[in-house]
Design a protein around this ligand. Structure first.
Ligand code: SF4
Length: 185
């Protein structure tokens, strides 16, 4: 069975608290203005927490002239900043805007799925910090659930790179309103 570590995001459970984004920043000490993970409000009731998706067919890997990207045996797409010359071809090619260019260092960086943490038996910082368990780490090689979907409204086109993320979509929510002092649906 192949191994492909990926994210599983439950849109119903995300409350937009940005704990994942802050945990990522603290763990990786990224420069000011460079966030490897971001929480976005894509509609009045839908937040997405997005980072590099460690794609099956990573465009960053394909376009990099310096072979700075590697795909590990567990599916994590890693960038070696020592090989990066700041050409930004990966920045333009990634459909998810995951690679971030730092004008100070003239290098690109991105989410590495906390592989140093995973290699020592720990969860990625974002997953560990998620207050509602909306963001999970899964091995997509064996993860199977009939309710998962490959994309959600507001998520970029998945057809080019096959990102290693799956979603639980939003269920229709009951809406209440006050009528003559009583809650009604
Ligand atoms: Fe590369 Fe972008 Fe896919 Fe990450 S999300 S593996 S940077 S193409």
């Amino acid at each position: 069975m192949f191994k492909q570590m990926g994210f599983c995001f439950n849109a119903d459970d995300c409350i937009g608290c940005s704990a994942c984004e802050i945990a990522c920043k603290n763990e990786n000490q990224t420069p000011s203005g460079i966030n490897w993970r971001t929480v976005k409000k894509v509609s009045p009731e839908l937040f997405l927490s997005v980072s590099c998706n460690h794609c099956d067919n990573p465009e960053c890997f394909r376009v990099c002239p310096h072979r700075a990207f590697t795909k590990r045996r567990d599916g994590i797409v890693e960038i070696n900043q020592n090989l990066c010359d700041g050409c930004q071809l990966c920045v333009a090619a990634c459909p998810y805007h995951a690679p971030k260019f730092d004008p100070e260092s003239h290098k690109v960086s991105k989410c590495q799925m906390c592989y140093p943490r995973q290699d020592t038996g720990h969860l990625p910082a974002c997953v560990e910090a998620c207050t509602t368990n909306a963001l999970k780490l899964v091995n997509l090689g064996e993860f199977n659930n009939p309710n998962i979907v490959r994309s959600l409204p507001g998520f970029p086109d998945i057809s080019i790179t096959s990102p290693s993320i799956v979603f639980f979509g939003q269920k229709t929510r009951k809406r209440y309103f006050l009528s003559q002092g009583r809650l009604k649906t």
